[in-house]
Design a protein around this ligand. Structure first.
Ligand SMILES: [Zn+2]
Length: 375
């Protein structure tokens, strides 16, 4: 099966996290006849509320060179307003359109097709695929559990390629070597309820919170390590349970999402938020780390991937640590990680699309990468 048909086939599975709708099985069915050992692994959260299907596939038994590929088979919900059925991929004006074509069923299809072609020749090494089912909602029963399982079974690769959409304007213009960390903060403001006409009787939790949020939004974060974009803190939610026009709310809360480079530890970020709260009454904080910043400067991976891109596409890629974090933040604790895939301009949007030419060229880049990696 060619890369476009395989991608379209995967789009037909309504694999909105945590559902899989046969996507994992289809990938296993593609790889098994080629000689890959495939193992479908279902992991469950401790309370049993989250059940996720994943695939581990392996070709070769050499421990000398082991290359991993990470991809997620789940997609975000389609949402409203599509011009065509999001779960029935259509080809139009040179594009393939459907939920997940770019993020990231196209990347999975391209790597599978490249590997199918590559293993026809003799090579000394092992290819492993880690295909997960919950990347879009935190990866706990996906890559985190899969890595744990692989470590227990001595199957951790030396290097890992992630097929997430890393390119920007055109295929090949950007490789991700890392991502910023992500810290979620809930700030609660506690005041005293009252009639808005009687200022001496109340303490307005909401205006207190708004002033604090304004201060944090203007905070000058230091930026020494230019490999990462500048740290930024964004307000993502303001909430209070009052809807009366003449009542001052007793409490209110705000969510902040902080994206940070390795200029900051999580402890330091927490300290900044607390220190900026000095002079404010009744603020309390909850912190939830969703991922540390990471950066992988492995010369071999950078060299052979950029050479492959240059040969196939005639493009010199930039190296970046921008963008949202990926499952690389977990695999980096085990091995080298590099991330390359199609342009990201329509991911998580309606009418998500990818150039058919880009899918075909991505397969060629992955093929060339495999040749150089195992040379
Ligand atoms: Zn993705």
């Amino acid at each position: 099966m060619d890369v476009v048909s395989f991608c379209a086939d995967l789009v037909g599975c309504r694999s909105v996290t945590p559902n899989n709708d046969g996507a994992i099985e289809r990938i296993a069915q593609f790889l098994s006849p080629l000689g890959f050992e495939t193992k479908i692994l279902v992991f469950e959260s401790p309370d049993g509320s989250n059940v996720v299907k994943n695939l581990f596939a392996k070709y070769g038994n050499s421990k000398e060179r082991v290359l991993g590929f990470i991809g997620h088979s789940d997609v975000v919900p389609a949402g409203e307003g599509w011009d065509s059925d999001p779960f029935s991929a259509v080809c139009e004006d040179g594009f393939l359109i459907g939920r997940g074509v770019a993020d990231m069923k196209g990347g999975i299809a391209a790597f599978c097709c490249a590997a199918a072609q590559f293993i026809r020749q003799q090579f000394d090494g092992t290819i492993e695929l880690f295909i997960t089912g919950d990347e879009e909602v935190g990866s706990s029963e996906g890559i985190q559990s899969l890595i744990k399982w692989a470590a227990e079974n001595d199957l951790i690769p030396y290097d890992c390629l992630i097929g997430e959409p890393s390119s920007s304007i055109q295929l090949g213009d950007r490789i991700y070597l890392g991502h910023r960390g992500s810290l979620n903060v809930t700030v609660k403001s506690h005041g005293k309820q009252g009639h808005s006409a009687y200022p001496s009787n109340y303490k307005n939790s909401l205006s207190n919170l708004c002033k604090y949020i304004a201060k944090i939004s203007d905070y000058q974060w230091r930026h020494k390590n230019k490999k990462f974009p500048q740290t930024n803190a964004e307000v993502t939610l303001l909430f209070t349970d009052n809807c009366a026009t003449n009542v001052v709310p007793e409490w209110s809360s705000a969510n902040l999402n902080i994206r940070f480079g390795d200029d900051y530890t999580v402890k330091e970020l927490e300290a900044v938020l607390r220190q900026e709260a000095e002079g404010f009454d009744g603020l309390s904080f909850d912190f939830l780390l969703s991922g540390e910043a990471y950066y992988c400067d492995n010369d071999n991976l950078k060299d052979i991937l950029s050479l492959s891109i240059k040969e196939v596409l005639g493009v010199a890629p930039s190296f970046s640590a921008a963008g949202g974090t990926s499952d690389g933040r977990y695999m980096i604790r085990q091995c080298n990680v590099i991330e390359f895939g199609v342009p990201d301009s329509t991911i998580h949007q309606k009418n998500e699309k990818v150039k058919i030419e880009d899918l075909e060229n991505l397969e060629k880049v992955y093929f060339s990468f495999l040749e150089k990696y195992f040379a």
